[in-house]
Write a protein that binds this ligand. Structure first.
Ligand code: ZN
Length: 298
């Protein structure tokens, strides 16, 4: 990697060397995959402090890999996702007046379905064929299947959301500029991502769980604001993001780490009937960022 994707500086250095094992299995791009803390070489721009890594290279290119992503396990998360999204919708409604909403990276359509219930006029963009099909056919949502760069519409939106999307992008600046063109002045952009200035990231350094193969963008306070400014947005708020998870789901994810007496934990959870209990997870450096498009794109 010889150039910073945010400021184009060539003064880029290696921050954390790859710790990927030689042998791997399963798709690296499943939404619920768990290659936490396992990452390729991670770079840092010495000019603007942007931290990034190159997209994983496999048999398929980055976009094609997302197009092929299928993840039926994800459907089990519907209830807990709803709790998480309810909270985020309340945050958005505190700042947004209009009801035209676009969810970029809408996956199976859970968030859009919920926004529609709250009287938003919704549309989605989703590269995964499986995700877009579920959203359109099972939930009757208006979803474009493909990357945001290929999305063509005359509509302009009051709210654009990007949940767990920014950190997957190859060129977040181009994508946010595209989003800017799709928005009404006075609208609200809402997205979540992890922050390298968080306590968790500073303590864990190269072992921070959000360093993983499918994450290519790692913002900090400075690069978050620089990215927004360059794309023509003004930051409104940065809020801690907490996520509701089903305890049974959490246990099943920990099983994949292979460092957990899961048989025992699973049986215990079932015996006490708590697999469906919801726990709120926070403190890992995830944030919700709200921003407003400035009148003129730079
Ligand atoms: Zn830079």
């Amino acid at each position: 990697m010889d150039r910073c994707p945010l400021c184009q500086s060539q003064d880029v250095s290696l921050l954390y060397a790859s710790n990927l094992p030689e042998q791997r299995s399963g798709s690296r791009y499943d939404c619920t995959s768990f290659g936490l803390g396992l990452h390729p070489d991670i770079f840092r721009c010495r000019s603007c402090s942007f931290v990034f890594n190159e997209p994983a290279t496999g048999e398929l290119d980055h976009l094609e890999e997302y197009a092929q992503t299928e993840d039926p396990d994800y459907l089990d998360q519907k209830l807990s996702r709803r709790l998480t999204y309810d909270r985020e919708l309340e945050r958005i409604e505190a700042h947004a007046a209009g009801r035209e909403l676009l969810d970029v990276g809408c996956y199976a359509g859970f968030f859009l379905e919920q926004a529609r219930e709250r009287d938003y006029d919704v549309a989605g963009v989703e590269p995964s064929i499986w995700g877009a099909r579920h959203a359109a056919e099972k939930l009757g949502l208006d979803v474009f299947n493909g990357p945001i760069e290929a999305f063509r519409t005359e509509r302009r939106f009051d709210v654009v959301t990007m949940w767990d999307v920014i950190e997957h992008l190859e060129n977040p600046l181009e994508v946010l500029r595209t989003v800017h063109r799709l928005m009404h002045p006075g609208g609200v952009l809402a997205f979540t991502t992890h922050n390298l200035d968080s306590l968790a990231a500073r303590l864990m350094r190269g072992r921070y769980p959000f360093f993983m193969e499918m994450h290519t963008v790692h913002l900090n306070d400075r690069t978050r604001d620089l990215l927004l400014a360059k794309a023509g947005f003004e930051r409104i708020a940065v809020l801690p993001h907490r996520r509701a998870l089903r305890l049974g789901y959490l246990v099943s994810r920990l099983r994949r780490l292979g460092e957990w007496p899961v048989g025992a934990a699973d049986r215990l959870a079932r015996a006490f009937g708590v697999v469906d209990r919801i726990v709120w997870v926070g403190g890992v450096g995830l944030e919700t960022i709200l921003a407003r498009p400035l009148e003129r794109s730079p």
